[in-house]
Ligand binder design. Structure first.
Ligand code: CMX
Length: 133
């Protein structure tokens, strides 16, 4: 793994949270993006080298809706940048981690992504992401 690519925060209302985090950071999100395959609307902020993603569910079956129902708003996942997501998926599967998809998926902000089940990572949802070049 190369570095933390972003932290994902689950929110109930993206518009209100964009205002809140814009005040907090002193800048607006650089991107708003809807990802239908993940049933989320997202926004991205850059703070120095660090990226924060806000996620709102677009339907009640969304992973974000379920997470908020169970745990409330808050940090939802940590994403790590990897050079080659398929290679990293194979390596981690061989190490005994459970991948949440058999193939990488197209995620927000121009990434190929794969999640690991939080049960095997001390309750933290981990995302692998590779920049699409
Ligand atoms: N962090 C830590 N634990 C989490 C979690 C999270 N983000 N989401 C769910 N869990 C826990 C639940 O609390 C539950 O724990 P208990 O069994 O102790 O109650 C367990 O995982 C299973 O949860 P569940 O509600 O029974 O199952 P779900 O249907 O919610 O599935 C998960 C959970 C992680 C498999 C599912 O959310 C998933 O596949 N996530 C990956 C995809 C995703 O999160 N997409 C949204 C973001 C997309 C993006 O970044 O663009």
């Amino acid at each position: 793994m190369l570095k933390i690519e972003h932290l994902g925060i689950a929110v109930k209302n993206l518009e209100q949270s964009n205002e809140l985090f814009s005040k907090l950071f002193g800048k607006k999100p650089y991107k708003l993006e809807k990802v239908d395959s993940e049933a989320v609307s997202t926004s991205f902020f850059m703070i120095g080298d660090n990226k924060i993603e806000l996620l709102e569910a677009t339907n009640p079956e969304s992973a974000i809706a379920k997470f908020i129902d169970k745990k409330g708003e808050g940090i939802h996942h940590i994403a790590f940048e990897v050079e080659d997501v398929v290679m990293e998926m194979k390596r981690l599967q061989n190490e005994g981690f459970t991948l949440l998809s058999a193939e990488p998926k197209k995620g927000a902000d121009n990434k190929l992504i794969c999640f690991l089940h939080p049960k095997e990572t001390n309750g933290v949802l981990i995302e692998l992401c590779q920049e699409i070049k």
